[in-house]
Design a protein around this ligand. Sequence first.
Ligand SMILES: Nc1ncnc2c1ncn2[C@@H]1O[C@H](COP(=O)(O)OP(=O)(O)OP(=O)(O)O)[C@@H](O)[C@H]1O
Length: 683
Amino acid sequence: MAAERDHLAASRSALTRMRERTAALDSSAAGDWVSRMYLESAIFARMKALADDPTVPLFFGRLDYDPGHADALGERFYIGRRHVSDEAGEPMVVDWRARISLAFYRASKAEPMGVVLRRRFGFQHGEMTAYEDEALLEGVVEDHSEILESEIERPRVGPMRDIVATIQPEQDVIVRSDLDQSVCVQGAPGTGKTAVGLHRAAFLLYSHRDQLSRQGVLVVGPNASFLRYIGDVLPALGEIDAQQTTIEGLVGATLTRLNAKYAVRGADEPPVATLKGDARLAEVLHRALWSRVQPPTEGLLVPRGSRRWRLAPYEVEEVLAALRARGVRYGAARGMLAQRLAHGILVKMEDSGDSPDDRVQDAVARSREVKRYVDQLWPPVDPARLVLRLLGDPDALAAAAEGVLTAEEQALLLWDRPFKAPTSARWSLADAVLIDEVADLVERTPSLGHVVADEAQDLSPMMLRAVGRRCSTGSTTVLGDLAQATTPWASRSWEDALRHLGKPDAHIEQLTKGFRVPGEVIEYAARLLPTIAPGLEPPTSVRRTRGELEVVRVEDDELLDRLAALVGTAVDRVGSVGLITPDVLLPRVVDALTRAGTGHAVLGDESADAAPVEFQVQLDVVPASLAKGLEFDHVVLLEPAALVAGEADHVTGLRRLYVCLTRAVTSLAVLHTEDLPPELGSP
Ligand SMILES: Nc1ncnc2c1ncn2[C@@H]1O[C@H](COP(=O)(O)OP(=O)(O)OP(=O)(O)O)[C@@H](O)[C@H]1O
């Protein structure tokens, strides 16, 4: 232990020296201003990457390789969150993502991967307190690791943490799958899907640093509170370049790019939103856009000097057909049309004995006549205006939707009162997704290198297409649980979802070991599975504790007092507390807590969400609609019946209930006055 502590201290000093060396770099050595700025920002980024957080141990594992091992002859490696080398450049700690670290996660009795010894270190408050050894070549592999167990059992406080020290083999396979592979992970609550997705992003950023820092990596999550909850994981792993956003953020940015005044301000009724999310809308939009290209009614006439040159309608028709056949975007083809027409005129000139050069073609292409003609035949399109017209004009919609949508469906899509301009329209999220689709038909959406889509079961086919566009030439990690689908437009199968994403060949992996929810609680929640997701396997728990489950029925007039009492007991314990309430009851709950003087933050309330960690209170009041993806040591869940009734239909209500029942790490108390949904059975 003393030797290992020494190595830890020496690694820490080595890291300090690495930082000092970086700080001493002199940017004035750069030849010009641009190089100096570039160098300064590189030094700044490197300093940030070398920052040392004394509460986070520099390494958590050690591998001793067999003297006969080809890659690492008898070498010893310490595995940590980042690479540290001594002054001679010898590694003191290797990054967990390096190839040589693979065996730490994967080596087994059956396949020791040349590892003689695997050692795991235990830490408390940054101090090394324990280690565990496995002698793999001798076939000594521990079934049970105290260090892993204490990591899994630790109380959850504050935002989500990384799991680099304890990534499990089946998770590691997903984390380290190659950049060109798209992967879809189906897993029950708490099986580590989010953790795995974030670690995969970190792994890819490490192994394809150049490519991905150019192309970008994006994480799409369900809402802003969730993004704040997971927001520290990648930076803690040294990755600050990945963007994190929601689907609203993604398509909202498209709206703003088109016009700063376009914004999502409205909402649709569920049946309307569901229809707007249907993949058939893609066909309707495609038709609506391309119907804007008009066949010429008259030819093109271009005066030049004393002569006038003419392209006949049939000749223009040929140019249009050739452009359509090229399969390029609407906007790109429009850009080419002027040149093609000018070329046609040029050929005419040549035929009549002239010898015009390229400059003449350019001049013709830029002439007023050609511009006006192009605008008529192939008009510029504002994607928002096009959608405005479809949703406001029955004839326009009928023309584009004929044979694709029924008359009833078309009627459902139309606004009751059409908006006059896209700036004043009350666009809904689903509308913004449609506009995003058209924007891509007009001009290709740039693809990022990799996109992680979390809680992807909740995305509509059109939303999946929007995400898919962002990784059309890259790859994706799709994470979700069909049993936790709570939107009316949610996916029913991963095959369908992947098709809409444009990644039909993605691997579908399943995670089944639950790291969050203890046995007693997960079994209670799993009673809902036969109704909400009949095909899915029931989740299991690897937690040592069975957990605590309490279901309490009270009279109406006692509800708030009992609630205050339950919450009071929970906040006296170690760990975070989440009070999950049906959205409709939120004001009453907040009021009761305020009157009782119980400190709390309300999730979804911007100011509370934004509070720095040290000011965050232990108790979060969570509207059921925002509970997805979060976890708390102690959960108090209020009035399941109202929670179920708050959703569009009973099954969706039960799925929401399933989400809320599976947030607890230690204890779950269910408090109700109304009958529980019969699917839960008796306590
Ligand atoms: N290998 C692991 N070692 C330690 N903790 C883990 C491991 N895998 C997951 N966890 C922990 O389990 C908890 C649940 O993980 P996560 O939130 O990623 O699950 P999820 O599958 O996304 O859940 P949900 O479906 O409810 O969103 C987290 O606290 C996470 O840190």
